[in-house]
Design a protein around this ligand. Structure first.
Ligand code: GDP
Length: 325
């Protein structure tokens, strides 16, 4: 595989080259990782900037349906849309498969859309790297909007928020008690809460739920990266495709404000730093699990158990001898 050729094809927007490149970054093989790193280096500094939108919500809240109607609205406006998925559960049980094309049929057929289902996976660290690299590839391929979908599980939401320029939380209409179910940390991460299913018999409940969330959001501390009125709650209906345009207008307004005030670039810089530090931690941890460090650790642990070495002294010795610290 010629990486320069692949880079050129991706920059030219060739779908098959993009798909192959994403397969490459998803691979755990050492030689594939080296090729992927080479490719990503070649693609750096292409000057394209997509709007990266993270999106979360519990299974059944309407993520697939929302992405389908929101995505189609964007492509109708002439925008190119990529959909990536982060699935935190290794056991992909029926119904909660993310980025499943059969649940986004219209968008999957759209030549201006690209949907990449979540790969079967190992640990979250690997998923984070793969997803970040897939985002970079889609951006290089000229996509205008990249939607990154995940389900409501704390860790994966934080991860997606750290990759996105905006973070949306999709919620269902619910009684007041259930509002408490949304963890404060996740509320604080969100830029826009979308109360879905505001149609038919659920409409009144959705409007009330939206007002409840709006009230809850007002109690949060104002963030410097937000203009007046954000974070905010809106109602949408993915099925009736209503509220999509308003939601998009709000997303654009927020992104524009952040661009104009330097927060957009600052956020990406902070994210790059966050991922660098995460990668270093990941690399150190993986060294602990490999020989010779693993064996040395086992031997030292034996000495600690026998009372021949203190825990601190043993740790110091390991760090000095194997991790050069
Ligand atoms: P996901 O698991 O979050 O991806 O949710 P789905 O998109 O698969 O939707 C779950 C169920 O909710 C499906 O039966 C959808 O038809 C339904 N649903 C999704 N969006 C809406 C909506 O806007 N209104 C109504 N009434 N139902 C919806």
């Amino acid at each position: 595989m010629d990486m320069e050729d692949m880079a050129q094809r991706i920059l030219a927007g060739e779908r098959r080259a993009l798909a192959r490149a994403i397969t490459l970054v998803e691979s755990g093989r050492e030689d594939h990782r080296r090729l992927a790193a080479d490719l990503l280096e070649r693609l750096r500094g292409h000057g394209r900037e997509a709007l990266r939108i993270g999106m979360s919500g519990t299974p059944g809240v309407g993520k697939s349906t929302f992405i389908e109607s929101f995505g189609c609205m964007l492509t109708e406006q002439g925008l190119k849309v990529a959909v990536l998925a982060v699935d935190p559960s290794s056991a992909r049980s029926g119904g909660s498969i993310l980025g499943d094309k059969t649940r986004m049929e219209r968008l999957a057929r759209d030549p201006n859309a690209y949907i990449r289902p979540s790969p079967s996976q190992s640990q979250l660290g690997g998923v984070a790297r793969r997803t970040r690299e897939a985002i970079d590839l889609c951006e290089a391929a000229g996509f205008d909007v990249i939607l990154i979908e995940t389900v409501g599980v704390g860790q994966s939401e934080t991860m997606v928020a750290e990759m996105a320029d905006l973070f949306l939380l999709l919620l269902a209409p619910a009684g007041g008690d259930e509002l408490q179910g949304v963890k404060r940390g996740i509320m604080e991460m969100a830029d826009i809460l979308l109360i879905n299913k505001a149609d038919g018999a659920l409409k009144t409940t959705a409007v009330r739920t939206c007002a409840d969330y709006a009230g809850a959001l007002r109690l949060l501390r104002k963030r410097p990266q937000d203009p007046q009125g954000f974070p905010k709650a809106l109602t949408v209906s993915a099925v009736e495709e209503s509220g999509m345009d308003t939601a998009w207008t709000e997303m654009q307004a927020l992104a524009e404000w952040r661009r104009a005030h330097g927060h957009f670039v600052a956020r990406r810089a902070a994210q790059a730093r966050y991922w660098f530090e995460a990668e270093v931690r990941e690399a150190l941890l993986s060294r602990l699990k490999r020989e010779p460090v693993k064996g040395a650790m086992r031997a030292l642990a034996g000495q600690v158990e026998d009372g021949d070495l203190s825990a601190t002294a043993a740790a110091d010795q390991l760090m000095r001898e194997y991790l050069m610290m």
